[in-house]
Design a protein around this ligand. Structure first.
Ligand code: GDG
Length: 489
């Protein structure tokens, strides 16, 4: 593997003109293809640019595989209208894929986040269907597939990630039948009755079936997918194996994703994070109970529902505003998509109403933070919060629930978790709620505060065992070893 050390900007406009080929000196036997690269740009005061690996779970899990196998990561670097040469960062060859501003609007904000995202999350917001968004999705998927084809060694393993790139497996298999192709969907796969609204349902299904192994978060998603294939594709389906007319066999299986559990625990145990946790508690006025919500600001996460439930409990005197506080971190997300802008306004208003009606000087019942924080701050919040509140209307997994369990030591925490989060499938001892039932959320928030310490301790211990026995490394190893095994129909 050979790649230039520094990122080079070769053009600042007309990114879409990128040919899809990568320089001949990049070749890898393990290739990850994802919408975003695992690096963030750092701009120095003297104008020079550096890149730093972003500390996401996926990168952590794949780093050892990357190093052992001369790995490359194909993805967009986050800035439109800019073409960058491949470069090496922390032992990973980074292969940037250019996107024009219009493609960001149509492929990313449009088809990925205003069509597929709501459609795959139980249409909790209405999906929009636009033919020009679809055209951009096809064009950009082809560019990603071409880049991956250009940097993959003979017989390499390629792992494609998520809903933005569902056409890549089939495109890549046509270009490079020698490759072993895996795909993992991080979000739910909807029931056929919803999926079939999509005008391009056939193309997406066939795109996925180009994979040798299609990974979903839960067995329910595998069932939705195989049922769809049975109904709409001329293929033979036997249990989780789909055999296409040309003899290609695709396997569908569930791999619930997890986190770097030990990494989070170590961070939470570090002296600065412990000190910061104490400081947060003091700054909040040493409440008896601190509730915590941490989410991207997204309408699937049920932020309004949980705040409404909490606000009612305080207004009805079932929770004492002198003794409790709800800290809600909502990380800015997809702010150019209309539905996200509306949601932000709605939450601003709801928080304002709760604080205005039941707050007192120096004691707002809701502390709302619309910004993103370093991992250390997240670990400090998780380790000190008494009740973690995770209430999505639909969620592929929800890593926040697992991060709380990994960071929160001792016997006194509680996890309130929606039945509609993938995490509920594994975290069975959480306090479960139906996020559509405000009374259920209210009763469960109260129970999580007041339950007997022995019950809380027993639940937390069981959750901890689950999260430490099944971490992200195990997830990646299981997927990759299954992908390695050739299956025949
Ligand atoms: C998708 C699926 C699936 C959030 N704010 C900050 C911050 N975060 C981190 C959390 C967590 C991650 O972002 C969010 O992960 P989730 O799983 O909760 O949700 P999505 O972003 O919707 O992820 C989901 C996941 O993919 C993986 O497959 O579980 O179902 O929707 O790690 O900690 N991190 C930092 N500052 C913040 O302000 N540092």
């Amino acid at each position: 593997m050979a790649a230039p050390k520094k990122a080079q900007t070769t053009s600042t406009s007309d990114a879409a003109a990128g040919s899809g080929t990568a320089p001949a000196d990049v070749s890898a036997s393990f290739v990850v293809v994802a919408n975003r690269l695992p690096v963030d740009r750092v701009q120095h005061p003297d104008g020079t640019v550096d890149w730093r690996t972003s500390p996401g779970g996926l990168v952590t899990a794949l780093e050892p595989v990357m190093r052992k196998n001369e790995g490359a990561w194909v993805g967009w670097h986050g800035a439109p209208d800019e073409v960058l040469d491949p470069f090496e960062e922390d032992g990973i060859t980074i292969v940037p894929v250019p996107l024009s501003s219009q493609e960001v609007a149509e492929y990313y904000e449009g088809f990925s986040n205003a069509t597929l995202w709501p459609l795959y999350h139980d249409v909790v917001a209405p999906p929009e269907f636009h033919r020009e968004w679809w055209d951009a999705y096809v064009r950009v998927n082809r560019r990603f597939a071409e880049r991956a084809a250009a940097v993959s060694d003979e017989g390499a393993t390629v792992w494609v990630q998520d809903y933005q790139l569902q056409l890549v497996p089939q495109m890549l298999r046509t270009m490079r039948p020698d490759l072993r192709i895996g795909f993992f969907l991080h979000i739910p796969f909807p029931p056929v009755e919803l999926f079939q609204q999509l005008p391009w349902r056939r193309e997406i299904t066939e795109g996925l079936l180009g994979s040798d192994l299609i990974g979903f978060q839960l067995p329910g998603a595998v069932q939705n997918f195989t049922r769809l294939v049975r109904q709409r594709v001329s293929a033979e389906v036997r249990r989780d194996l789909v055999t296409l007319p040309d003899g290609h066999v695709a396997r569908a299986k569930a791999y619930p994703i997890s986190i770097d559990s030990r990494g989070f625990r170590e961070l939470a145990r570090s002296a600065p994070v412990r000190e910061r946790a104490r400081e947060i508690r003091r700054d909040l006025g040493d409440p008896e109970v601190m509730f915590l919500g941490v989410d991207r600001l997204d309408y699937t996460k049920g932020i309004k529902q949980r705040l409404r439930a909490y606000g009612e409990l305080v207004a009805e005197g079932r929770l004492d505003p002198d003794k409790v506080v709800f800290v809600q971190v909502a990380t800015p997300s997809r702010e150019r998509v209309d539905q996200y802008r509306h949601l932000r306004d709605e939450i601003d208003m709801l928080v304002g109403r709760i604080n205005g009606e039941v707050g007192r000087i120096g004691r707002p019942p809701v502390v709302y933070l619309h910004s993103s924080f370093p991992r250390e701050e997240m670990a400090a919040l998780y380790s000190t919060a008494d009740v973690m509140v995770v209430t999505p209307l639909r969620d592929g997994m929800n890593l926040v629930a697992k991060e709380y369990v990994a960071c929160h030591e001792g016997d006194e925490g509680a996890l309130v978790l929606s039945e509609f989060a993938g995490a509920a499938y594994e975290l069975k001892q959480a306090y479960k709620i139906n996020p559509y039932d405000i009374n259920d959320i209210k009763a469960t928030l109260e129970l999580a505060c007041r339950d007997a310490p022995t019950n809380k301790a027993r639940r937390l211990r069981a959750l901890r065992k689950q999260v430490f026995d099944n971490d992200i490394t195990r997830w990646a190893d299981t997927f990759l070893s299954d992908l390695d095994q050739k299956v025949t129909g």
